[in-house]
Every structure is written in structure tokens, then in C-alpha cells.
Design a protein. Structure first.
Length: 72
């Protein structure tokens, strides 16, 4: 199973708007985190991640990585 981590930095003064946009577009199973440094991270166990966010909400394009669980 693949989990996607999606990370974006909000444009200056736009963190709340970016969080609201992510909450509308992230999968129901996704966990959404925000930091004091204007970052938003989504951990999506469905492997899809949110679509491309509107560029005016971002300081730079979002990054995403896919992860797989390592059996123990």
C-alpha cells in the first residue's frame, strides 16, 4: 500500500486559505497538518494526495512523495 505525503508552503498571509482549500480537496482518510512556518502537510493513505493547489495560495509549487510501509 502506498501513502502519499504532500507538502506546500503558503504564500505570505494565505495559510488559513490554503488550509481551507486542502480540507476541501484532501481525501476523507487523509491527515492534514499545519505549522507555524506557513507549511501544510497532508498524509494520504489512499496514495492520491490533493490536486494542484491554486498558485496564488502557494509560495512555491507543492511537493509530494510516495511511501510504502516497511514490514517489521
Amino acid at each position: 500500500m502506498t501513502t502519499r505525503m504532500w507538502e506546500a508552503i503558503a504564500a505570505t498571509g494565505r495559510l488559513d486559505e490554503l488550509v481551507a482549500w486542502v480540507m476541501q480537496h484532501a481525501a476523507e482518510a487523509a491527515q492534514v497538518y499545519r505549522s507555524a512556518e506557513d507549511r501544510v502537510v497532508v498524509i494520504d493513505p489512499t496514495g492520491s494526495g490533493p490536486p494542484d493547489a491554486p498558485s496564488e495560495l502557494l509560495a512555491r509549487p507543492a511537493h509530494s512523495w510516495d511511501f510504502e510501509v516497511v514490514p517489521r
